[in-house]
Design a protein around this ligand. Structure first.
Ligand code: GDP
Length: 365
């Protein structure tokens, strides 16, 4: 399952955001959230299509995709040097696929800010710096080692030294590793295998107050400017308001509250969708009597690779895939009717799977 880490300075609203994710479980039976550890929760990826297909197929169960959310508290100035519980937390970030960086974009005299004033850009830079210092530490340790191996004539080590050097230069200039691009496959692999913190995709979440829930505010506008330069995604969320919404009993009450704020969808849904987009993730579906299930793959993957998401044997023995487009499934109302109408695709190894495809793999065992 996908794993996202929430980072940010103290008192910016991380726990509030985490809490509204966790109370989303009460929203509906098909929207469960369970807390594995105090700071780890699993949330299902909302997907209308599963429900609609289930109305046709009547499966034993619906299995949505999931996303694990880790609340990484304790990041402060000096964390990379082991200040507070910093180092342990930085270790937690290393294991995530993406980072949700929460920025305080609300005024409230009653809630102290660690640096006195509200300034999301400065806050972002404080966190970035800590992560960059940690990456530099990783790089320097690795560089010393790999330079020796490269000097002994190892080709892979030579490639890695090049990658490490490029990263080092960028980080020393205060840039995040994700701003560095590599051309060759070998370099890209070496870069990926370093698991640098600042190389991970990031989603900036501007935590605004209720007035900014729809259009944002002056603070979030500044974050959007910076993010545009970085090619990063931004989401404006009123975490405390969303927490209030999540605590409402009925779906209708929640919807009414969202309508009043001019929002079409809860922040939780928007957050998950952005995270998927950020990571280039899409969903294919299998629909059978036993279950209707969502599977996550990366945009651009071909049929055999997607088959491998279900089982490695499916990929190894791949013969072909039978593909039904979601809209056709809904329009014709059954798999048999789709077949009869000649709308079922028989696809080979080169087929690039599309979001929402209902897949049936044929394979040799
Ligand atoms: P964390 O330290 O980043 O986890 O921050 P918390 O989620 O604990 O939030 C710190 C305080 O700010 C709590 O008292 C929250 O209720 C409050 N808070 C969170 N979001 C908002 C907001 O949008 N507006 C206001 N006024 N307070 C908020």
């Amino acid at each position: 399952s996908l794993k996202c880490g929430i980072v940010g300075l103290p008192n910016v609203g991380k726990s509030t955001l985490f809490n509204c994710l966790s109370s989303a479980k009460a929203q509906a039976a098909n929207f469960p959230f369970c807390t594995i550890e105090p700071n780890v929760g699993v949330i299902t990826v909302p997907d209308e299509r599963l429900t609609r297909l289930a109305e046709i197929v009547h499966p034993g169960r619906i299995v949505p995709a999931t996303c694990e959310i880790v609340d990484i508290a304790g990041l402060v100035k000096g964390a990379s040097k082991g200040e507070g519980l910093g180092n342990k937390f930085l270790g937690n970030i290393r294991e995530t696929d993406a980072i949700i960086h929460v920025l305080r974009c609300f005024d409230d005299e009653n809630i102290t800010h660690v640096d006195g004033t509200i300034d999301p850009i400065r806050d972002k830079e404080i966190i970035d710096t800590e992560l960059q210092l940690k990456d530099l530490e990783t790089i320097e340790a690795r560089l010393a080692k790999q330079q020796k191996v490269a000097a002994a004539g190892n080709k892979d080590a030579k490639v890695e030294v090049g990658v490490l050097t490029a990263y080092k230069e960028a980080l020393e200039q205060g840039r995040n590793a994700r701003t560095v691009q590599f051309d060759s496959k070998e370099e890209q692999k070496a870069a990926h295998d370093l698991f640098l913190l600042t190389a991970k995709p990031v989603l900036y979440v501007c935590n605004v107050d209720e007035a900014g829930a729809k259009g944002g505010n002056v603070y979030s506008a500044r974050v959007e400017d910076i993010a545009r330069e970085e090619n990063a995604e931004v989401l404006v969320i009123a975490a405390r308001t969303e927490e209030d919404i999540a605590s409402l009993e009925t779906y209708e009450d929640k919807q009414m509250f969202l309508d009043e704020l001019g929002l079409e969808e809860s922040g939780v849904n928007r957050l998950i969708k952005k995270a998927y987009a950020l990571l280039d993730l899409e969903t294919f579906i299998t629909a059978g009597e036993m279950e209707v299930k969502a599977w996550t793959y990366r945009r651009g993957w071909k049929a055999p690779q997607c088959a491998g998401v279900i089982h490695t044997d499916f990929e190894k023995g791949f013969i072909r895939a039978e593909v039904i487009k979601y809209d056709d499934y809904i329009q014709y109302g059954s798999e048999a009717a789709v077949r009869e109408a000649g709308k079922m695709g028989i696809e080979g190894k080169e087929y690039v799977v599309q979001d929402g495809d209902i897949m049936h793999f044929r394979f040799n065992v």
